[in-house]
Design a protein around this ligand. Structure first.
Ligand SMILES: *[C@@H]1O[C@H](CO)[C@@H](O)[C@H](O)[C@H]1NC(C)=O
Ligand SMILES: *[C@@H]1O[C@H](CO)[C@@H](O)[C@H](O)[C@H]1NC(C)=O
Ligand SMILES: *[C@@H]1O[C@H](CO)[C@@H](O)[C@H](O)[C@H]1NC(C)=O
Length: 766
């Protein structure tokens, strides 16, 4: 046990609770006939006084067994060396003792020492603990601070292993999360008052509204006292387990300073029979309780004090119904750790005596909870996130707002906000039209906002984006309009003559082409980055495949006129659909590979300019991007070449020349695009790409469909079979005149044309 004299008669009553809990637990184990049958466990209790020399001498006494032994009222075999040691309360003395007794192979199980440093198996080979290491707590506290958007905080720590170790982990994690620390002060209960006043001064002068304190409750209590005197209130305190769970601090009087504090505490448990055991404690059974008795009942056992008019203790005072910290047993947090520590020793000894080396009931069930130690001697990290609230009856209550369980990988935090979340930032984020400018010698959370230079950025939404979006919507509407016109006139010869199925598919894919340029506009998100190039790649290939299909139909129609050939049989509507599908599938495959292996993602480009941050999509794989573009290019060049050969072939309404022209524009646009894309950085890359998409889509739309719309809407008298035949006739005349090889058209051909025409161009009649 350890107790701390802050001044005369002020005991650390919690340590008496710990001692009583150990006694209760041992009695329960000795009563239990299943656990360690025939063996009784005894104990010796030493006070370390939180001082290293006293802790060391106590540990040596336990190892050597050279001190007077206190036994239970039972016969026990006398061993000179303790089987195991439970303790100590603070990390610093625990480190010293654990390092020393490690070589004796005596397990040391602590119920409160949380320093992450104690997980080092090389230095502390026989150390175990039933409280989680601060490693988890520190890191989770940093995440908590980030969650509430606090970027600018103050840090206070106990100047011991607990505070320094916990704070070091916290600060490292905070730095990773982009949190800046305005000040970091240390406190310790033995520091002179001036040092505490200096810390109060630092807090008063600071602008941080949030203070993270990794401190023991005794150290923080002194600071809080000074803060109360100087009325330093209105700060949000975030705390470590040690003080957040302290009943001593969670008092209404401190609420003015610490009100609304949040922090992680270990879960409480119910231990049946403990309260009855506590009520039966009496100094007449063991003189060890005298000091506690004097403290609780404000009396004295010392004879010389009796003379000095101080109440003498009778020893028969009753603990029943008293209001004293010693009897606060509703929240058993640390005591549950003590309980688990004692039981794990008992279970381990039991297994040892039964010659079941590690094969026993493992992990042990203590009080319905699995107790086990990992390879570093640590127990599993399980915390509740609590918020201090003042209840109506004037007491401070812990409201659980979250859970953390490292074994289940669960951070289930409700963040039920019972308090007003303060804003704690060094500088507010800059308004549109201004930019961050770092302040020399200050953390990067602090910055000035200075107006942007002319032409850098405007505080309005970008106009270019809006214009391009308007164009793309306009294109999509025109395309749908043309589709409507074609649908209304679907039975007129000109629509039927031009392979209406492919035409409608082409119009559909053109609509998608226009719309897909919208994914390039606006702030890049995960989705728009994934979509933009792949959607573009697939819709464009669909588009080109349709045009290619049309071109092949024209070519085939001509081939079909050669005597004895029956090509049209193998490029009918089914084959057309299949070829469009096959061409598009290749691109879908490329895109699928791209998205699954190296998907594009949004990122902030800080490199291309020192003063600007450009939000853009990283391609993920440049190779994939050029494969997508290359495939489109490959198809469009084939299409262009075929259309070029077919452009002078006679047909009823020769699409080939329009296709040639549109492909010419298409290829020109994309050939210009590549060098511009490679050379122009930032938002212009995107603008250029949108421009290329819109230009090539409009080229296809206007070249292929506008001439037909012109005839359908404005020259309906030309939209007759007869007229189309006539135009074809003249086209044939022309083409035979200009044919380089001077091949003669046989009369057969004209009728073959008609045949091909009926076969291929009116699939709906099949
Ligand atoms: C142990 O057994 C004794 C005798 O039966 C009983 O009085 C005592 O309460 C028991 N102690 C505990 C902790 O169960
Ligand atoms: C305690 O020890 C005394 C003396 O040895 C004995 O008379 C008494 O019965 C014991 N009490 C219990 C509860 O074992
Ligand atoms: C944009 O800047 C102008 C001039 O600096 C200012 O008057 C206007 O209020 C700003 N608009 C917004 C939306 O911030």
């Amino acid at each position: 046990k350890s107790y701390i004299y802050l001044h005369k008669k002020l005991l650390n009553v919690y340590e008496f609770q710990t001692v009583a809990a150990i006694m209760f637990c041992l009695e329960q184990i000795n009563n239990n006939t299943d656990l360690l049958p025939g063996v009784s466990l005894g104990y010796k209790i030493y006070d370390s006084c939180s001082s290293m020399p006293m802790a060391m001498s106590a540990a040596m006494a336990l190892v050597n067994g050279n001190e007077e032994t206190v036994y239970l009222n039972r016969t026990c075999s006398k061993t000179s060396t303790a089987e195991a040691i439970i303790g100590l309360s603070d990390s610093s003395t625990t480190r010293g003792v654990a390092a020393t007794i490690g070589s004796f192979q005596i397990p040391l199980i602590s119920h409160t020492a949380t320093c992450a440093c104690l997980s080092n198996r090389k230095e502390y080979p026989s150390f175990f603990r039933t409280i989680p290491s601060d490693f988890f707590q520190s890191r989770t506290l940093a995440k908590l601070v980030k969650h509430f958007g606090w970027k600018w905080i103050g840090a206070i720590r106990s100047d011991n292993d607990y505070g320094n170790g916990g704070m070091a982990t916290f600060l490292q994690e905070a730095q990773n999360e982009g949190i800046c620390v305005e000040f970091s002060e240390s406190i310790y209960r033995t520091y002179p008052r001036e040092k505490f006043l200096k810390t109060v001064d630092v807090i008063k002068k600071s602008s941080a509204k949030v203070i993270v304190a990794f401190s023991s409750s005794a150290d923080l209590a002194i600071l809080v006292k000074e803060l109360l005197i100087q009325n330093v209130t209105g700060l949000q305190w975030i705390g470590s387990e040690s003080w957040v769970s302290s009943v001593n601090l969670a008092k209404p009087v401190n609420y003015r300073v610490l009100g609304g504090a949040i922090g992680f505490i270990i879960s409480s448990a119910v231990i049946p029979g403990l309260k009855e055991f506590f009520l039966n404690i009496n100094p007449s059974k063991s003189p060890g309780w005298n000091e506690l008795w004097e403290n609780i009942f404000n009396c004295t056992f010392a004879t010389q004090d009796k003379a000095a008019n101080i109440n003498p203790c009778t020893g028969s005072e009753s603990l029943q119904g008293i209001n004293h910290v010693f009897m606060y047993l509703s929240e058993l947090r640390i005591i549950n750790n003590v309980y688990k520590a004692v039981y794990s020793i008992a279970y381990a000894l039991h297994d040892l005596l039964m010659c079941r080396d590690g094969q026993g009931p493992f992990p042990w069930q203590v009080n319905g909870e699995n107790v086990y130690f990992d390879e570093n001697g640590d127990s599993v990290a399980r915390y509740e996130l609590v918020n201090w609230q003042l209840t109506e009856d004037g007491t401070v209550k812990y409201i659980t707002v979250g859970l953390y369980d490292a074994s289940l990988n669960v951070t289930e935090i409700a963040y039920l906000v019972f308090f007003k979340i303060p804003v704690s930032v060094c500088s507010e984020s800059c308004h549109p039209g201004t930019r961050k400018a770092a302040q020399k010698g200050r953390p990067n959370c602090c910055f000035d906002c200075i107006p942007c230079a002319d032409g850098e950025i405007s505080n309005t939404t970008e106009i270019m984006g809006e214009i391009l979006a308007l164009f793309s919507l306009f294109g999509a509407c025109v395309t749908l309009g043309i589709a409507a016109v074609f649908f209304i006139h679907k039975d007129t010869p000109i629509v039927r003559a031009n392979n209406s199925e492919l035409s409608f598919l082409l119009l559909f894919s053109l609509t998608l082409c226009f719309l897909c340029s919208l994914t390039f506009i606006g702030r890049p998100t995960d989705w728009s980055c994934l979509l933009r190039h792949t959607a573009f790649g697939i819709t464009f290939v669909l588009c080109i495949s349709c045009v290619l299909g049309k071109t092949i139909v024209v070519l085939m129609a001509f081939r079909a006129t050669l005597p004895g050939s029956n090509v049209m049989k193998w490029f009918g509507p089914v084959q057309q659909r299949l070829s469009v599908f096959a061409f598009t599938s290749v691109q879908i495959l490329i895109c699928t590979l791209w998205l699954t292996i190296v998907p594009p993602f949004p990122y902030k480009n800080l490199k291309s300019s020192t003063e600007k941050i450009i939000l853009e999509c990283d391609l993920g794989s440049v190779v994939a991007f050029y494969a997508v573009l290359g495939y489109i290019g490959f198809l469009s060049i084939i299409c262009f070449v075929l259309a070029f050969f077919a452009r002078k072939l006679p047909d009823n309404f020769n699409e080939a020349k329009f296709i040639t022209f549109s492909m010419l524009i298409f290829c020109a646009v994309w050939i210009t695009f590549i060098p511009v894309y490679v050379s122009s950085p930032g938002k212009y890359t995107v603008a250029v790409e949108i421009f290329a998409i819109l230009a090539s889509s409009f080229a296809l739309l206007f070249c292929i469909f506008i001439p037909k719309c012109y005839i359908i809407l404005l020259k309906p008298e030309n939209n007759t079979k007869k007229h189309l035949m006539g135009s074809r006739g003249s086209a044939r005349a022309n083409s035979s005149q200009h044919r380089p090889q001077g091949r003669k058209q046989t009369p057969d051909r004209a009728s073959a044309h008609r045949r091909a025409h009926t076969h291929t161009h009116i699939p709906s009649t099949h």
